[in-house]
Design a protein around this ligand. Sequence first.
Ligand code: DGL
Length: 272
Amino acid sequence: MPSQPISSQAIGVLDSGVGGISVLKHIHALLPHENLMYVADSKYAPYGNKTPEEITARCMTIADFLIAQHVKALVVACNTATAAAIGAMRETYSVPIIGMEPAVKPAAKASKNGVIGVLATVGTLKSAQFAALLESYGRNVKVVTQACVGLVECIERGELDTPNTKALIRQYCVPLLAEGADAIVLGCTHYPFVVDAIRDVVGEKISLIDTGAAVAKQLKRQLEEKGLLSISKQKAPSNQKPKVHFWTNSEAENAEQVTEKLWGKHVEEHRL
Ligand code: DGL
């Protein structure tokens, strides 16, 4: 790989599975001239019930692959992986690395009654990073957390509105409502794909807060600062138009269909 990244190289985006596609959509919308490479580590999903060491090892394997593809930046489109692995990744790789964390600060701002709910994985909620986040931004609000065990697996299967998925969502959202939460953080990148089902349970008055757009803006800022933003390729011949490449190690037969359903367009998915 060239020692210094250059602007025409792709941006690598990774997640435990298909959830990070919710972030990829924001990146593609904000930075349409960028080549994007998305890796779903679906064979090893969910990360939420793994140890930080196991998650770090997976993130390093995926990041090694993306670095070998000469990406100029990495986006860890996963709250659980960020909490477990971003420190080790930043020590290992020299490209800019953008991570994400549950939107406690925006939720505290959006809440009118001072009660916020956080839906996330067990791994995120147990992490030192989350404790630090609550320390910094959750002091003046009541924060009710809910680990959503099993929900990531439903979304990995592409089951966004089945009775089973809806029942899990009800089970996890009703306690937050019972505690009075009027702002709920979608603290896992898989959850925006079931936002309609969540909305059906919580009603119209609750603020649902997702971090995808903020991550895309942060990525843009970092690329700008380092002179790494791709120049417009709008007028480039079609074989040089920016591309979005998908990789997965999923063993599910319908993996490509699930990716297409979530991305909203035809994709050709490469196997890792
Ligand atoms: N999408 C991930 C997150 O944002 C992780 C889900 C999982 O694999 O448990 O936390």
